[in-house]
Design a protein around this ligand. Structure first.
Ligand SMILES: NC(=O)c1ccc[n+]([C@@H]2O[C@H](COP(=O)([O-])OP(=O)(O)OC[C@H]3O[C@@H](n4cnc5c(N)ncnc54)[C@H](OP(=O)(O)O)[C@@H]3O)[C@@H](O)[C@H]2O)c1
Length: 276
């Protein structure tokens, strides 16, 4: 499916200045504070919901200009109108299917203004493997693994000349542990982790850092679809006894985007689930 490039630059007139208040004194100090991602351009896939949306909000608050990617244009437009922007910070929407190589080549190949790529788009279908048809297997692998690989290929080329590019992939703890009813998803996420490691070696020496976040269970639409029994079993197993928030993953994405020595960092955020 060919991507719909809306290339819509948004220019709200909200001020990027942050106001620091000295509450113990009877005055306030207005300080213009630039975020840690000021001047950066970031492509975020899966930005219409959940983890990708939270990363988009956090990166925009830190001063990055964003290119928001997902299939649902209405959700992307809603997000676009809520993001902070300013004279040097504009945002775009590029709607389409990350699992289509043509989407990436037609919209991003040759683009050299991107500093950071976050691959957060993902899908899952819960089904015993022997009852899962090839069509669903392919959809999961196409979106989660091929979508990440196509994105890194198209955008990674443009990063080569910059020597300070950064790619953050989003895998899953299931990609390390396995789990029932998720064989295709597990295969796709194990692939993302292995792919990230290989790319960290290949692109690292060319100045682009490549890292992967490995979330456990995070409160989003994806986990809202779990059965009550599956949710209760998961909560019992997690040492912290709760699911993570999408903002926890956004914090990790900022860390990986800003820490200049992070390359091949496999960062698990799972409330301790990987320890049991
Ligand atoms: N939630 C968790 O517990 C958890 C745990 C481990 C890993 N993860 C991973 O974290 C990432 C985000 O998950 P989430 O929980 O935020 O999921 P979510 O709430 O279901 O959001 C998925 C996002 O991916 C986009 N997307 C799906 N297929 C796409 C496609 N073919 N092309 C473009 N965009 C597509 C969706 O937008 P459209 O529908 O508009 O296209 C949406 O923005 C995924 O990679 C997921 O596997 C999640």
């Amino acid at each position: 499916m060919k991507g719909l490039n809306l290339s819509k630059i948004h220019s709200l007139s909200k001020s990027p200045a942050l106001f620091l208040q000295a509450s113990s004194k009877q005055y306030s100090t207005q300080t213009s504070k630039l975020g840690v991602l000021h001047g950066k351009k970031t492509i975020i896939t899966g930005a219409s919901r959940g983890i990708g949306l939270s990363i988009a909000e956090r990166f925009a608050a830190e001063g990055s200009s964003l290119v928001l990617v997902a299939r649902n244009t209405t959700s992307l437009n809603k997000l676009l109108s809520s993001l902070p922007s300013g004279p040097t910070q504009g945002h775009e929407i590029v709607a389409g299917d990350v699992g289509s190589e043509d989407f990436w080549t037609s919209n991003f190949r040759g683009r050299k203004d991107v500093d950071i790529l976050v691959n957060a788009a993902g899908v899952t279908f819960v089904s015993p493997f022997l009852r899962m048809g090839g069509e669903k297997m392919e959809a999961v692998l196409r979106t989660n693994l091929m979508g990440t690989m196509f994105g890194c290929g198209a955008v990674g080329r443009g990063m080569l000349g910059r020597r300070d590019g950064c790619i953050v992939n989003v895998a899953s703890l299931l990609g390390m542990k396995g789990g029932r009813g998720s064989a295709a998803y597990v295969a796709s996420k194990a692939g993302v982790i292995g792919f990230t490691r290989a790319l960290a070696a290949e692109l690292g020496e060319k100045g682009t850092r490549v890292n992967v976040i490995v979330p456990g269970y995070i409160e989003t639409d994806m986990t809202a679809a779990m059965t009550p029994e599956a949710r209760s079993d998961a909560l019992d197993a997690i040492p912290l006894k709760r699911f993570g928030e999408a903002s926890d993953i956004a914090d990790a994405a900022v860390f990986l985007a800003t820490n200049k020595y992070a390359n091949n960092c496999v960062l698990n955020l799972d409330g301790g689930l990987s320890a049991v």
